[in-house]
Design a protein around this ligand. Structure first.
Ligand SMILES: Nc1ncnc2c1ncn2[C@@H]1O[C@H](COP(=O)(O)OP(=O)(O)OP(=O)(O)O)[C@@H](O)[C@H]1O
Ligand SMILES: [Mg+2]
Length: 377
């Protein structure tokens, strides 16, 4: 019997839970030409959400996915924008050659085909010229309008653009994209504070250029129903209560819920109670332990460490005077400084440790227990 719980790669179809509201909202905005900024912390399901939307093939929309983590230079970014948009609008390179040559002839882009049969762009030596950059950035619009389709270009881990080309590349992108009438963009990323700088701060390069969708955890009910169904489909059995308890442990965090369910299934396909769940939790945490230890050891400031432990140890922390005294955090300004660093590293957000498994690891490492479990949606 195969383990029915998948974690690590993006999930769609039968492995995808809920998010109906988010899918409908995003589709509506994209259809009306509005760009979407998709925020979430690591592994909350951004890539899965966009892949699932594309899999459902919403009528009249075609999708081009560009994962910035795999892109190492501005040239490659521009090339991906051109080639992925071409494939989305026209199909593979063979079909492309017939229909698109004239489209490109009027630009300053020189196209080539790689030995793997993919479309490539040869930019002038020493980096793309201003004209080449503009033409490449406008290619999605040309392709979409020539085909009468609405093209959705999804940039995954969009904040990495600023690593490639700084603010000036971001500004150039915005200056071209804002004239596109047949393309909608999705800017998705997990470094939330960097995305906020780009999209929400006045001087940010993409200030107010789309609607934001903040992806949170998945609700206890849909996730526990999914777990019960998956156990049953693979010939196992789990009670609704135990499935609920599992989702409560992870706070509905998609990755950790699938991981914990995966571990529980591998312990027993008919678990009877919390003993097995505790064991599964141990195993799941064990997988992350090295990464957590690395994060912990890389923190040089004792106040940052104490603040992190303090936030992990309290269900609803309020960072007032009591809190500062109780956790030996020296002073309000020390706390503010430490908080700033931890937010920047993506470890905390709005006074909570972002990663629930990391919070559990911190509590275990320091022998702390949580007075009562935080409620989750
Ligand atoms: N809607 C969902 N239903 C069920 N499981 C999900 C869902 N979304 C995400 N997951 C689980 O979470 C894992 C991570 O999802 P995904 O890679 O889409 O997240 P992400 O936000 O893109 O992560 P990253 O920050 O690493 O890019 C998946 O492998 C899957 O186990
Ligand atoms: Mg992702």
């Amino acid at each position: 019997m195969a383990n029915p719980f998948v974690y690590g790669s993006s999930v769609t179809g039968d492995d995808f839970v809920d998010r109906d509201e988010e899918l409908a909202n995003i589709e509506r905005e994209l259809r009306s030409g509005i760009s979407v900024i998709l925020y979430s912390h690591r592994r909350m399901g951004k890539t899965s959400l966009m892949c699932e939307l594309a899999r459902r093939k919403p009528k009249g929309l075609v999708f081009a996915f560009i994962d910035l983590y795999g892109v190492t230079s501005t040239e490659r970014l521009l090339e991906q924008i051109v080639s992925k948009s071409a494939v989305a609008c026209l199909g593979g390179v063979e079909r492309f050659a017939m229909s698109a040559w004239s489209l490109f002839r009027s630009t300053r882009l020189r196209l080539a085909v790689t030995p793997e049969g993919e479309l490539a762009v040869d930019f002038v030596r020493g980096g793309p010229t201003v004209a080449e950059t503009a033409d490449a950035l406008d290619m999605p619009e040309r392709l979409a309008s020539s085909k009468g389709k609405r093209l959705v270009v999804v940039f995954d881990e969009f904040q990495e653009v600023s690593v490639l080309g700084g603010v000036s590349l971001l500004k150039t992108m915005r200056s071209r994209f804002q004239h596109h009438r047949n393309v909608s963009y999705v800017f998705s990323g997990s470094k939330v504070h960097l995305l906020r700088q780009i999209f929400e701060e006045h001087e940010g390069a993409f200030y107010k250029s789309g609607v934001s969708v903040d992806l949170g955890p998945i609700g206890v009910e849909p996730f526990s129903e999914f777990i019960v169904r998956k156990f049953r489909l693979e010939g196992g059995k789990i009670s609704k209560d135990l499935a609920r308890a599992l989702v409560q442990r992870t706070g509905g965090h998609p990755y950790y819920t699938q991981q914990l369910a995966h571990e529980l299934w591998s312990i027993s396909n008919a678990p009877s109670g919390t003993l097995e769940l505790d064991e599964a939790m141990e195993r799941a945490m064990e997988h992350q332990a090295l990464a957590y230890l690395y994060v912990w050891e890389s923190m040089k400031s004792p106040v940052q460490k104490r603040l992190l432990l303090a936030l992990a140890s309290e269900p609803e922390p309020t960072m007032g005077v009591d809190f500062i005294l109780r956790h030996r955090l020296l002073s309000r300004s020390h706390v503010q400084r430490a908080e700033g660093h931890l937010v920047e590293r993506g470890l905390i957000e709005r006074g909570h440790v972002v990663d629930p498994m990391f919070a559990a690891w911190l509590r275990r490492m320091s022998g702390l227990t949580l007075p009562s479990t935080r409620k989750n949606g």
